[in-house]
Design a protein around this ligand. Structure first.
Ligand SMILES: [Zn+2]
Length: 465
């Protein structure tokens, strides 16, 4: 347990004694250190035990699941095996939106307290609200620490994070300039020694991002693959690397192999990609031995299904469906996250029994091309259009550097003046009064590949620049 420098109460150096408010976190993290070495069959048996508790709770407290469990003839349980779970239908985003009230628990087990909700980024145009409890927060912190250890990110170092930070437009100016906080994470800072974090919003011009990074001079950089890709080409062009940088963590989007190679060769450091979601928190992190991604099976039960919804075999690619094991206020059972993963062909050489994936192939946020030649992440425009609201779903199509098409599927709150507000969002993001067509649709067609992209950039990047 030597990876972290544990903080200790005054009067104790060895062995260290954590402060009371983080002792539970430390105990939970230590338990994860043990469970990662369990055999797959032992892990599945323990997941089944936790799942039985969750489903019993759902039957009594969550109306939506009471109906589903009754219809599937499972009742209050207990499940005989994990296979029996497949009698429940998949949960889609559309179902979450339609049944949000009935998906919330009427009461919680002792010691669990519901907190505020957060929204998904809405990459597929159907944002949903997710409620969580203090128990989810505990698991989030424990997996945060495990992820740092697996990725080899020593939190005593200096962190630079460039991601979607400002959720409200009025907060954007300060985060575009970059802010500094004295720790990587407030809760974990009371448990382990931590250095400062420098945070910038990903909507900043990548050239400005790079000059900020040179000032900050970080040990570690966290950002989105699409943004890191742009930074990598600017860095290569400049011929000057970031001298202290030790590793990069890619978050929020899948990391194609060619993009990883470009980033690693420009920055000259390894790229670690973790897979997480608003609905589940940490889902999978890089195997410390470099063999792919291990699922955090203590927090989430994952299924990888083929086109007929049957479990995939080792080595196969299929769609990911997960069940959150600890969210009792807003349970996600057999949730279709719309990402594909590839199962490893066999057990991991590192010895961990946690499920192993070789690859995640999911949604990503494309880069917009601004009329003045700059590039920008599309996360901000997605967030901005969602905040205007009035629609079930939307799609943003960049047709040319000065032309954007918005396809919206109006809901009953839609009003014509919302189209004007959407135009304003586009103008603000593109920093120019470009042509914006707003097209009302009854539905959005899915492309042949099955995945609906919320942002489509139809112009060639080279030509646009
Ligand atoms: Zn491994």
């Amino acid at each position: 347990m030597g990876f972290f420098q544990l903080r200790s109460l005054p009067g104790s150096i060895w062995p260290p004694v954590p402060a009371p408010e983080v002792s539970q976190l430390w105990a939970t993290y230590r338990e994860l250190d043990r469970t990662q070495w369990l055999k797959p069959v032992e892990l599945e048996a323990l997941q089944l035990e936790q799942l039985r508790v969750l489903l019993y709770h759902c039957y009594h407290q969550v109306p939506y699941y009471r109906r589903l469990l009754t219809e599937a003839d499972l009742g209050a349980g207990p499940l005989a095996s994990l296979d029996e779970l497949r009698r429940l239908p998949l949960l889609t985003r559309a179902l979450v939106q339609a049944h949000s009230a009935d998906l919330q628990a009427r009461a919680l087990p002792a010691g669990m307290v519901a907190g505020g909700g957060s929204h998904t980024s809405g990459t597929n145009g159907v944002p949903i609200k997710v409620l969580k409890t203090n128990r989810d927060a505990l698991w989030w912190s424990a997996f945060f620490l495990r992820d740092l250890e697996w990725c080899g990110l020593d939190p005593r170092g200096r962190l630079a994070a460039i991601r979607l930070v400002a959720m409200q437009r009025e907060d954007l100016p300060q985060f575009l300039e970059g802010v500094t906080v004295p720790f990587w994470n407030k809760v974990c800072e009371s448990l382990v020694e931590m250095g400062p974090a420098h945070v910038m919003d990903v909507r900043q011009d990548p050239r400005r991002q790079l000059s900020w990074l040179r000032q900050v001079d970080p040990d570690y950089l966290i950002s989105l693959p699409s943004n890191l890709d742009v930074l990598a080409s600017l860095l290569a062009e400049s011929g000057r690397r970031l001298p202290r940088l030790r590793a990069i963590q890619a978050v929020g989007e899948p990391l194609p192999v060619n993009v990883r190679q470009r980033i690693e060769s420009s920055f000259g450091v390894p790229v670690k990609n973790l897979y997480s979601s608003t609905e589940a928190g940490y889902v999978a992190s890089p195997c410390p031995g470099g063999h792919g991604l291990h699922v955090h099976a203590e927090g989430v039960l994952t299924e990888v299904l083929d086109a007929d919804d049957r479990p995939c075999q080792p080595g196969q690619t299929g769609r990911l469906v997960f069940t959150t094991l600890h969210n009792f206020v807003n349970p996600f059972i057999r949730y279709d996250i719309l990402d594909d993963v590839t199962l490893a062909p066999g057990p991991c050489p590192c010895g961990r029994g946690l499920p192993l994936w070789t690859h995640v192939d999911g949604r990503r946020h494309p880069t917009l091309h601004l009329p003045d030649g700059r590039q920008k992440s599309s996360m901000g425009i997605t967030l901005g259009i969602r905040q205007v609201g009035g629609c079930h779903q939307f799609q943003i199509v960049q047709r040319a550097v000065d032309h954007v098409l918005l396809r919206v599927v109006p809901d009953r709150t839609w009003q014509p003046d919302l189209a004007e507000r959407m135009r304003q969002v586009v103008h603000a993001e593109f920093e120019a009064p470009i042509r914006v067509d707003v097209e009302e649709r009854t539905c959005l067609e899915r492309p042949a590949g099955g995945k609906l992209r919320v942002v489509v950039v139809e112009i060639d990047g080279r030509r646009a620049a």
